[in-house]
Design a protein around this ligand. Sequence first.
Ligand code: SF4
Ligand code: SF4
Length: 280
Amino acid sequence: MKQFIERIENGKEYVITTNGTLLDEDFAKWCFEESGKNVRINMSHDGKTCADRGADPALLDEKVKMLLKYQEDTLIQLVYTEQTLPDLYDNVLHLSGLGVKNVSAALDGFASPADPDSFGDLMREQWDKLGHLHGVSMHELTAKRKFIKENIRPKCEICKKKVYINWDGNFYPCIQFQNLSGFRCGDVNTGILTKEAEKAHPDYSVMSARCDGCEIRDYCRNSCACRKMGTTGTLTDISEAACMEEQVHILTALEQIAESQRRKKKTEEKPVKQSGKSVT
Ligand code: SF4
Ligand code: SF4
């Protein structure tokens, strides 16, 4: 990591995502105080129920606290499953108790709930609570509110904004396509073969047929090839669970926007007291 950061010139930002188990204070100190580069470290931590996935919550808690000393706004990435969904709010609360202010929570790509209706209701309930949690910014809701307010339409274009560099020097359009030979799009010697990739994968950024007529499709990020591939193994469909997760984020963000507009209006309508008289 040090070698990459030191040798790559003119990089605007160097973002490292780690599960934290091998993270030591010397490295954190080097990144934030000695490297002279704009380095960020994101860490995965699934909260108090992460022991179910083989991680040691006490060790991860310790690493998070160490990281926060150097990087107050550390982003913690949490993955939840159908089984841990009922504890989602409590798991974020656990991170908040450690001093975390930024959390990204993503549903496991393989989630395939047996009862989609009650799964959807529970997910809505958990995200509604997260939307009202003070002191923690939920990345998904913050991003969604920004997209909605600024009328940004998320659209991915193959090999134009991002490319995944494999350990062997081969390029792939994004992480989900690593080592899939049909998706190889150049290497460190030949460069990025954008035109060839566009031609070979015209479905890269299409929405699923299930999205036809969906009223919130403009705000939906499910044209993302990584999400489609990760949840259905195709470029043309998205799983029902990923669709639900997106609906929940969009509806929660819309409610937050409406709530803040109501609050703003109420403040503006408040009578202003002047010389003992009320003026509206
Ligand atoms: S919310 Fe679901 S149906 Fe609607 S656009 Fe997104 S993936 Fe498609
Ligand atoms: S994560 Fe999705 S939207 Fe982003 S670059 Fe990869 S395929 Fe495109």
